[in-house]
Design a protein around this ligand. Structure first.
Ligand code: ADP
Ligand code: MG
Length: 639
């Protein structure tokens, strides 16, 4: 007997087992969703068949009308959801129903806390699809036959929700899949015609394939009953359509309720929670297409994996073509979900063709605009929602300026930054400009390793003194993002830890106060420091940045910053040597002490400490920490 004909009992993949268990325990409060998930799978199976049949029409096997049927057997306490879609081979049933192929499943499970409430949020993000059947069933039997496979290659897969499942060969005439749910005792109420119809209407009305149930015959009235009993018995109930069975995006916007948009979102995104916002548009003209794009309300567990599947579900003239058509959206909008249905592409389109299609390019450009508009409008009209979007997807949007030149300014307008203005406000570049000082012509910002290091940075001293706002950045990607943004709204963006600080007219105000400055003295001390540091620095000069600290390190305007440098070095890239400029605060007692010091050993100690503390406060590592400690202690003992 060949293996394919044998009954075979197999253990679930560990992850599948864990997920199954978790799902049952965390989603139990909303068991209704099982029907939506199973109908969603049946609809996907119909889509797949229609697509494969473009090239292989024989897959239809003389049964071209795709349909999903729901049957109830109240004696056996079962509900059966059947489709005549693509079906599954034995191997496919084992792989698709017994393992979880999605990337990152293990990490996902690792991130669960064991706390029911937060875990159920997480599991919602992950999506559990088929397994949701176990919310209402204690046993699920799946009978399936792949399109065009011989009837003898039917497969039965069954599982009682525990650690194992069994697959067996069966004869199956019907193409496609039947999922038979053996209802749990406390879920028997689901074997109810009216209840299932209302669930289909509520959750699956938008599914393009018809969902049918047996018509409910009117109960015979008392007088009819007595009459022609024989004829009555001949009436056999017929299947009738329960949902509207028109692809949601093809309907006019005004006829679609918010709840319908939300249910459709869950179908296309495999998300269990509502979307934050959406935009539905039909474009007619040189190109005809319809798009429906959603902004999710939370991040998927693998948002930061740039290789993960993304993009839109592509339909061509309502025929499903592919999931995750990534050519329609750039990487920095990878969190957007939805569909695009285009009439101008050939049905046999491939990913390669999409890549080089001018039609796709212009749809993509239009979709990007649409999404940016959507974000813009939310930012203006619903700042609270935008705040959530920013907290969830902000770091991904920050990839935008470097990736999408054409929309740089628009993306920059969507960015939000921490600021010295307040401890918790997040401001836009436009907010910043609106409250700039009258004489100010630049947008000042500082990139640091973390929030508290940045907020307390010595580079901020002069800005604090003069009451000039500085944007504070401490996200890993910030330095890279800012390297692609030179200006916004005609104002240049200035990193305050780089170059010679030119405060323009803002500097003049206090010129007179600084009359204690004695240039000859500072020249002398600068010379002394230079001599000790030699070629460790590009230069030494007096600073206008500091009011409290004695010294700071400054990078050249176009040099790579330390954040990027660390990332590149960690990735094994050899970086060109870069030397900072040491700027010293001539007013500071330490500098004055140095000026008056004549002993060369002590001078070396002081200069060394000066340099090292500047490096430390810039978040750098010291080349020779032990020497720093020795010097510090020498100085302390002396005092
Ligand atoms: P998802 O739908 O997110 O892929 P599910 O857990 O809902 O995850 O389903 C797992 C897989 O099982 C599907 O991707 C599909 O390959 C397969 N599957 C489930 N139901 C059917 C069906 N009715 N017909 C064909 N394949 C199915
Ligand atoms: Mg599914």
């Amino acid at each position: 007997m060949s293996e394919a004909a044998q009954a075979q009992t197999m253990g679930f993949q560990t992850e599948a087992k864990q997920l199954l268990h978790l799902m049952i325990h965390s989603m139990y409060s909303n068991p209704d969703i099982f029907l939506r998930e199973l109908i969603s799978n049946a609809s996907d199976a119909a889509d797949k068949l229609r697509f494969e049949a473009l090239e292989h029409p024989e897959l239809y096997e003389d049964d071209p009308d795709l349909v999903v049927r729901i049957d109830i057997d109240s004696d056996a306490n079962t509900i059966t959801i059947s489709d005549n879609g693509i079906g599954m081979s034995r191997d496919e049933a084992i792989a698709n129903l017994g393992t979880i192929a999605r990337s990152g499943t293990a990490e996902f499970l690792g991130s669960l806390s064991g706390d029911q409430k937060s875990d159920s949020q997480l599991i919602g993000q992950f999506g559990v699809g088929f397994y949701s059947g176990f919310l209402v069933a204690d046993k699920i039997v799946v009978e399936t036959r792949r399109a065009n496979a011989p009837t003898s290659e039917g497969v039965s897969w069954s599982c009682d929700g525990e650690a194992e499942f069994t697959v067996d060969a069966i004869d199956r005439k019907e193409r496609g899949t039947s999922v038979i749910l053996h209802l749990k005792d406390d879920a028997k109420d689901y074997a109810n015609d009216w209840r299932l119809r209302s669930l289909v209407k509520k959750y699956s009305d938008h599914i393009a394939v018809p969902v049918e149930m047996l018509e409910t015959l009117p109960p015979k009235s008392a007088d009819e009953k007595g009459e022609e009993d024989k004829e009555e018995a001949e009436i056999v109930p017929q299947y009738e359509r329960v949902n509207s069975a028109t692809a949601l995006w093809t309907r006019p916007r005004k006829d679609i309720k918010d709840e319908e948009y939300q249910e459709f979102y869950k179908h296309v995104s495999h998300d269990f929670q509502d979307a934050m916002s959406w935009s539905h548009n039909r474009v007619e003209g040189k190109l005809d297409y319809t798009s429906l794009v959603y902004i999710p309300a939370h991040a998927p567990h693998d948002l930061y994996n740039r290789d993960v599947a993304r993009g839109l579900k592509l339909y061509i003239q309502r025929t499903f073509i592919m999931d995750d058509a990534e050519q329609f959206l750039p990487l920095y909008l990878r969190f957007i979900k939805g569909v695009v249905d285009c009439s101008d592409l050939p049905l046999n389109v491939s990913r390669e063709i999409l890549q080089s299609s001018p039609a796709v390019d212009s749809i993509r450009a239009a979709l990007v605009k649409r999404v940016l508009d959507m974000l813009d409008t939310l930012a203006k009209e619903k700042p609270d929602e935008y705040k959530t979007i920013w907290e969830t997807f902000g770091s991904v949007l920050k990839e935008g300026p470097g990736e999408d030149f054409a929309n740089r300014e628009r993306i920059a307008g969507l960015l939000r930054f921490a600021t010295t203005r307040s401890d918790d406000a997040m401001v836009s570049l436009a907010d910043y400009i609106a409250t700039m000082k009258p004489d100010q012509d630049k947008i000042y910002y500082l990139v640091g390793d973390n929030e508290s290091a940045s907020r307390n940075s010595a580079y901020l001293e002069i800005f604090r003194k003069k009451g000039i706002e500085v944007l504070i950045m401490f996200d890993r990607i910030d330095e890279w993002t800012m390297s692609h943004l030179q200006e916004f709204d005609g104002k240049s963006l200035q990193d305050i830890s780089r170059g010679e600080l030119d405060l323009g007219k803002l500097a003049d105000e206090e010129k007179d106060e600084d009359s204690s400055d004695k240039p000859e003295d500072s020249d002398a001390v600068v010379g002394k420091i230079k001599e000790v540091l030699g070629d460790r620095v590009a230069d030494v000069r007096t600073t206008n940045r500091l009011t409290e600290s004695p010294a700071c390190l400054v990078l050249g305007q176009d040099e790579m910053g330390s954040q990027m440098r660390k990332i590149m070095e960690a990735a094994g890239q050899a970086m060109p040597e870069s030397k900072p400029v040491l700027e010293v605060n001539a007013e500071h007692v330490l500098i004055q002490r140095l000026r008056d010091e004549s002993d060369s050993d002590k001078t070396a100690d002081l200069v060394g400490l000066l340099y090292d503390q500047a490096a430390l406060s810039a978040g750098e590592q010291l080349d020779n920490p032990a020497l720093f400690v020795k010097r510090l202690n020498r100085l302390l003992f002396e005092a």
